[in-house]
Design a protein around this ligand. Structure first.
Ligand code: CP
Length: 333
């Protein structure tokens, strides 16, 4: 495997193989599988789970990691093309990224959305620019429009819960004080569609996901026997729901203009998931979220602390599926 950038690059059989490998490595550890191998981790945006789960995954397989982020005492990084570098940034990513990559056997890159230009983010322009600079195998640790490691972990979590294609999956918008990128909702929707699930996207008016995201999900659903519908009606979405996956995202209508979105967003504070949301859901309906989550904003304490929540299992699965990914990418066996 030369890169892991999008679940769409893999067949469902290949994804299932990775999940099986994750389970095998958990049950039967291979602490020397990646002895002598180094994974570089470039974080251009913040993280808790991704940073630590990759370090832990690599260590459990006998390999090593190093981390680079702008908060460390590295030179200021410039990313604009054709710029005269007479400002504060002393180093351009065109040199920095290939140098960082050259010190490892593979590189993980996190470059979350800049949330300035919708089209640039929808085509993942920055991530593609960064990966065009390197020759080592690479992993997308979250880009403007994708979070495939999270989706792989969520796939495993759904398997662990015995969720089948017949089960109903709701991807729900939740309130957040700031507009957030499309990476998690886009990746989650596509993952559930690849599983062939019946999916409802529940979101307020003005928060429909962009066409390219819906089109990709609809395509995956249609070839895998699932479906995707959208509604702004809680009762319709939650009827017989088995999984509710909460996420928040920006309004495409106001993308890059958070002050314009500030006019509409405060009126949506009631989009905070609480027990009454589950009135019409399946009794054992579970709550998923990629974390970090804002308590009392996106979801209440009683849901997060109660039996519906599987957020900690999702986070643990990040480490397990990434072990499988790294094993597949770097192991010689
Ligand atoms: N879910 C996730 O990617 O978490 P971090 O942003 O903490 O890495």
């Amino acid at each position: 495997m030369k890169f892991f950038s999008d679940l769409a690059d893999f067949s469902v059989a290949e994804i299932k193989e990775l999940i099986t490998l994750a389970t095998r490595l958990n049950n039967k550890p291979e602490p020397r599988a990646l002895e002598g191998k180094i994974l570089s981790l470039l974080f251009l945006s913040p993280s808790l789970r991704t940073l630590i789960s990759f370090q832990s995954a690599m260590a459990r397989l006998g390999g090593g990691t190093f981390v680079v982020s702008p908060e460390m005492s590295i030179h200021g990084l410039e990313s604009r093309s054709g710029i005269i570098m007479d400002g504060t940034a002393a180093e351009h990513i065109r040199e920095a990224v290939p140098v960082i990559a050259s010190y490892g056997d593979a590189i993980g890159i996190r470059a979350a959305a800049k949330s300035e230009n919708l089209n640039d983010d929808l085509i993942d322009r920055e991530f593609h620019e960064l990966t065009s600079l390197i020759e080592t195998p690479y992993i997308n640790m979250e880009s403007a429009i994708n979070h495939p490691c999270q989706s792989l972990a969520d796939w495993k979590t759904l398997d662990d819960l015995n969720i089948t294609t017949n089960n109903k999956f709701v991807l729900s918008w939740t309130w957040h004080p700031h507009p957030l990128p499309f990476a998690v909702p886009a990746a989650t929707l596509h993952m559930a569609a690849l599983r062939g699930m019946d999916i409802t996207v529940l979101r307020p008016e003005g928060y429909a996901l962009p066409n390219s995201i819906m089109k990709k999900a609809n395509h995956a659903a249609s070839i895998n026997g699932g479906s995707v519908t959208e509604t702004d009606k809680l009762d319709v979405a939650m009827n017989d729901c088995n999984i509710i996956y909460a996420s928040s995202w920006a309004s495409a209508d106001h993308y890059g203009n958070s002050s314009a979105e500030d006019e509409v967003r405060p009126a949506l504070r009631q989009w905070c998931i609480d027990e009454h949301w589950f009135n019409k859901a399946s009794d054992d309906c579970r709550f998923m979220h990629c974390l970090p989550v804002r308590r009392g904003v996106a979801v209440t304490d009683r849901i997060l602390d109660g039996p519906r929540s599987v957020v900690i299992a999702e986070a643990k699965n990040r480490m397990l599926v990434q072990m499988a990914l790294l094993h597949k990418m770097l192991s010689s066996s």
